[in-house]
Design a protein. Sequence first.
Length: 328
Amino acid sequence: METIEIFSAHERCLLRNIEENMQGRSPALSALVEQRKQDLWQLAGIIERSPSLTGDLGISGEVRTRGSLTRRLCDRGLLQVTNLPTKAVLGYGFTVTKLHFFGLLRKIGRKTSLPFQELQELDEIYSMILFTLMAEELYKQMLSKERADRPWIPHIAKELLSLWEYRFEAKTVDFALFLRDLWVARQHIVPALGTLQGTVELLRLSMRLPLFWGNFIESLHTDPSILPALEEFLFNLSHEEITLLRSVMKEKKLTAINRRQARELLGKDEEQEHELPALQLYRSFLQRQQLTQLRRCRNTDGPRRSIEEYLLIYLKTRKPLPQSKSDN
């Protein structure tokens, strides 16, 4: 277990500062953090001892390779837990546990008056772990709902296997870097709504993203089905809600609408102040993914894929892969 690195150098440094900050001030909290940290190490050790994704135990007589497992995921999907390797299931649980661990540190940091800079760093680490979970969930959903003969599906499966296999290593699969760039940029954008054309929101988002995003946006001209998914992402509203707002604006001859008016018209609750933007984005991501599946089942209007799915499909068709912001 000594070979496992469950914390990055930055995370270790920050954790050490928090532990020093708690020493003598709150023995109970110090003991709680130490116990949670040991739990993470123990879980990591179990995962490390789990069978490799490509290891052959010599029981079935079948040769297991990354290629054979990729084909199995493509053919059988991920809906049945019997198709999932133990390392993948436990690994996902580990990432969730690590997320909660840093969530605990965020609460302790505020309780013990940790310096503002370190509080911000905790928020950033928490957000990055959450984005890793979102990327993994996206890969799994695409494998579950897309046809196995789609040309990009084998590549998505290979990316997912890499994420499962190298969870403890300081490397991120190619597509996850682009998704991270997108989500980091989006969490800094507050939708203005206005005319509901999305011009302001798209401009602000594009200014925070590298060249690949501009090239992807140009594909809107060749595939108009991407636009409704982009609008959902920019406005943090469903396609159905956007359609309703546009109908009301037309009926009442409104040229623009603000967020408060939109909430009142849609009967939505007030937004929670001081909530981490990454958590708001996470809820939006889950809702958008659920709605795409629901529209497929009911054959109703609206995006059948999320903007993240369209982006992955676009990137799969580009060789060589564009450079992400995280590469710099």
